[in-house]
Design a protein around this ligand. Structure first.
Ligand code: GRF
Length: 219
């Protein structure tokens, strides 16, 4: 079975989406653990209630960022993950640490990358006057929201949208996108090759796009 460890700093709705899909039998993975940098992250309770190992590591207990990152990933490694999913995990990882997980860590980000890496993506999309917003799943590198993009989902922006309404409408799409992308990774259909993302053995030149029914190649 394909072992997955999830990192989350907060609410954990993306973790919950993975958990539901696994429970329904729609996702061929075994969720092994939820690790957090926040002792009170609601995501930890979701994991505990589901009988999944839940562990909080407070960064202040480590002398510096790199030591925290080393500790975090060595705890993650105890669960033999085939994949580490950053699901609302609000930290950038030390290059030497994340470099050892090349192609084995993905992040869900609420924008159509490369647009709007970092925070406040919904407000930034509105400020820019965009007509379309969305979310991306990408491989994690040491660059903030900068790794190779695997798949995206779009969301039309309405004239009366606020950052909050946009975030709320995007969230259910994020969940579907993350489940679909993790399924492709678990099936071995998506890998990070030497030159970038590969889908079914071919270079993926543009991210996969998830529409309302399925994940598909753009074009
Ligand atoms: C999501 O919008 C995710 O894209 C972003 O942080 C949020 C986390 O939400 N990186 P949740 O904790 O999964 O509910």
């Amino acid at each position: 079975m394909f072992n997955v460890v999830v990192l989350a700093s907060g609410r954990g709705s993306n973790f919950a989406a993975l958990l539901s899909a696994q429970t329904r039998g729609d996702l061929p993975i075994r969720l092994r653990a939820l690790l957090s940098d926040k002792t009170r992250a609601p995501a930890l309770d979701l994991a505990r209630n589901a009988g999944i190992a839940a562990l909080a590591l407070p960064p202040r207990e480590y002398p510096d960022r790199a030591s925290f990152d080393r500790a975090l990933f060595s705890h993650a490694a105890e669960f033999s993950p085939d994949l580490i999913v950053f699901a609302g995990f609000m930290r950038v990882i030390d290059p030497a640490v994340i470099g050892q997980w090349r192609g084995k860590a993905v992040n869900i980000h609420p924008s159509l990358l490369p647009k709007y890496p970092g925070l406040n993506t919904h407000a930034r999309a509105l400020q820019a006057g965009d007509s379309v917003h969305g979310a991306s799943v990408h491989f994690v590198t040491a660059e903030l929201d900068g790794g190779p993009v695997i798949a995206q989902i779009e969301l039309p922006i309405q004239p009366d949208d606020s950052p909050d309404t946009l975030a709320a409408r995007l969230l259910s799409r994020e969940h579907r996108l993350l489940v679909a992308a993790v399924a492709l990774l678990a099936q071995g259909r998506i890998v990070l090759g030497v030159d970038g993302v590969e889908f079914d053995g071919c270079a993926l030149r543009v991210p996969l796009r998830l529409d309302d029914k399925a994940i598909m190649l753009p074009g």
